[in-house]
Design a protein around this ligand. Structure first.
Ligand code: FAD
Length: 585
């Protein structure tokens, strides 16, 4: 007999595991989270929270807490490529290019049109304590730091884990129906023989977290400054500067600079060289710098060959690890947890069959693969930017300086060089304006009923989003009104509730939904736009792609499960069949 029995055990208290705990608590699923460290991570790591992640947090009651402390949009809407912050030489403090970024700045309105929750920015070392606080409040006693999973065995009925309380050294056993391996790939994958495929050991990313007053030189609207200078090895080799708050904009007290080194370069461990290197990079020789932490991160682009091994589900960095470009690490981790949480809730409550859980791998592994590829691609594209500016690998500092002088020269050829660089650097919108990649992704196979239609055209650069109600896609956002209250189509599902959206001629679907709800024991809300709900801006009418007599079944995670473009003869049979397929009965 195990010391503790819970439906779900979460291993790992990083962004993925803590989010999973919060989501499960909100869904009423008892669980235990074990994290081997005494505290959340002190490493700067990720910071950008894309629109889809903020929608997920909106659904789970955390978005407002993040907006209250996160970076205001006016402080994260630009990224800039520049030579240095200070200095008074002819090549100092010069800008190559400035780009709108992250759904803020000039992009804000376009992104706001497509979703109810704007993107945000809040460094992981501040975000994790916030998620932890909410997870602990909603699951008292269920989040245990300083506890390490040391063994895991599974049989047909469940999983038995041995956990060590690191304070007392006392081991205890936990019996769970299911395990979420949110351990960053440190423990469980290897125990279960999961293989990570893809290139690894590419570069050593060295992140230096420090305090300095850069307010006289930094830029209020700029989130990332990429330094490209004649002496450096290109933008990644020279360094990228990001404010860490807690005050935002140029007044940020804390900062992080990421450099990359070859994994065999001994200089990467030379912490004494860091402060002089930062001063040289910024061209601020007198700058007062207090270093908090220098951390190392091996760059790789790897994907787990399995996301599910029996009753264990890999999520976050345990399933996919990739470069930080496009900010897909933490965002994908949180969205993995979101995909899994409602399914676990439905299976644990008995509303769904266990095969619903198989859809986690078929849905999320494809997204993981795409995100690994995209992060690798946008990472390597920075080399193109260096070349577009004129920085060639192996070129001497003198030759680089001559190239830079020609670049900034007030001559026709200087203008040509600058125009070329603009065109080349704009290709990095694949990283900083990846709106479609962030919210336009879709599941082709999984807990859904395909309707045989083709997906809308996909922008190869990942920017232009086409809303669609095709099964597997994220439900398009539209503002509706009910009794004078404005709410998003995304607000209709509440945690574990399915939504059936119909029009004024959809009575047969409403009756069918009541029968399905009774039969499967899942909550279904019928929303008739045109009766009770209005579409004041006409947005829903433009994106729904079904008639007034059609219907769209939306899963609790706001992905479309099924749609009927028009009335059918036997709405009840059709809808019951759809639920059966989706719920794995
Ligand atoms: C130095 C660094 C910089 C990064 N920078 C960026 C960035 O700029 N942008 C970006 O998008 N991404 C970045 N990432 C990646 C991003 O931080 C990760 O994608 C994200 O943290 C994944 O979250 P996770 O919860 O899946 O894994 P993790 O954050 O790794 O959390 C896993 C947790 O599991 C715990 N654990 C492991 N084994 C056990 C066990 N046996 N028992 C109990 N607990 C265990 C670990 O202690 C850890 O706390 C960076 C990562 C690092 C390391």
């Amino acid at each position: 007999m195990a010391d503790l029995q819970v439906p779900v055990l979460i291993v790992g208290g990083g962004g993925c595991g803590l989010s999973a705990s919060l989501f499960l608590s909100n869904l009423g699923v008892d669980h235990l989270l074990v994290e081997r460290h005494t505290d959340t991570s002190h490493l700067p790591k990720a910071h950008y929270l894309n629109q889809r992640t903020m929608e997920v947090f909106r659904q789970h009651g955390l978005a407002e807490a993040i907006y209250a402390v996160g970076t205001p949009p006016e402080n994260f809407g630009k990224v800039r490529w520049r030579t240095s912050l200070g200095g008074d030489g002819p090549l100092d403090a010069r800008t190559f290019h400035t780009m709108d970024s992250f759904g803020a700045g000039e992009l804000y309105e376009r992104y706001a049109h497509d979703g109810p929750s704007p993107s945000s920015n809040y460094p992981q070392l501040r975000l994790e304590p916030l998620i932890r606080q909410h997870a602990e409040q909603r699951g008292p006693g269920r989040v245990r730091f300083n506890h390490e999973l040391v063994e895991l065995e599974q049989d047909a009925d469940g999983v038995t884990a041995t956990v060590r309380d690191r304070a007392s050294e006392a081991p205890f056993t936990v019996r769970a129906q299911y395990v979420i391996a949110a351990d960053g790939g440190k423990t469980i994958g290897e125990m279960l023989g999961v293989e990570m495929h893809g290139p690894t050991g590419l570069l050593d990313m060295v992140s230096t977290h420090f305090t300095a007053d850069l307010s006289a030189w930094a830029d209020d609207s700029c989130l990332i400054s990429w330094f490209v200078n004649p002496d450096g090895a290109g933008s990644w080799g020279s360094g990228a500067l990001v404010p860490m708050g807690p005050t935002w904009g140029a007044a940020s007290e804390e900062w992080v600079v990421h450099f990359t080194f070859g994994p065999d370069d001994p200089a990467r461990f030379d912490e004494h060289a860091i402060v002089p290197r930062l001063r040289e990079l910024f061209k601020l020789p007198e700058l007062d710098i207090t270093v908090h932490k220098v951390s190392h991160w091996i760059l790789e682009g790897v994907l787990a060959d399995r996301y599910q091994v029996g009753r264990v589900f890999l999520a976050g960095d345990s399933a996919h690890r990739h470069p930080p470009t496009t900010g897909l690490g933490l965002n994908t981790a949180i969205q993995d947890a979101h995909n899994l949480a409602w399914k676990l809730a439905a299976v644990v409550s008995g509303a769904a069959g266990p095969t619903l859980l198989d859809s986690y791998e078929s849905e999320r592994q494809a997204i993981g693969m795409r995100n690994v590829d995209w992060a690798m691609f946008t990472f390597l594209n920075h080399m193109l930017i260096d070349a577009g500016i004129g920085l060639m690998p192996g070129q001497s500092a003198e030759a680089n300086r001559a190239t830079f002088e020609a670049f900034f020269a007030d001559t026709p050829m200087g203008a040509t060089r600058r125009a070329r660089a603009d065109e080349v650097i704009r290709t990095q919108r694949t990283e900083f304006q990846a709106h479609d990649l962030e919210i336009g992704f879709r599941y082709e196979r999984g807990a859904l009923v395909p309707d045989g239609t083709e997906p809308p055209p996909s922008d190869p650069m990942g920017g232009v989003y086409h809303p669609t109600t095709r099964p597997g896609h994220r439900l398009p956002h539209a503002w509706l009104e009910q009794d004078g209250t404005r709410l998003s189509t995304h607000d209709l599902t509440e945690l574990s509730r399915f939504v059936l959206l119909t029009g004024p001629d959809g009575e047969a679907w409403a009756a069918a939904a009541a029968i399905a709800e009774e039969k499967f024991g899942v909550p279904v809300r019928v929303v008739c736009v045109g009766d009770g709900f209005t579409d004041p801006e006409g947005t829903w009418a433009r994106v729904r792609e079904v008639s007034d007599a059609g219907a769209i079944l939306v899963r609790p995670d706001n992905h479309v499960a099924f749609r009927a473009p028009a009335a059918v003869d036997n709405a009840t049979d059709v809808l019951v069949d759809a639920f059966s397929t989706v719920l794995g009965h």
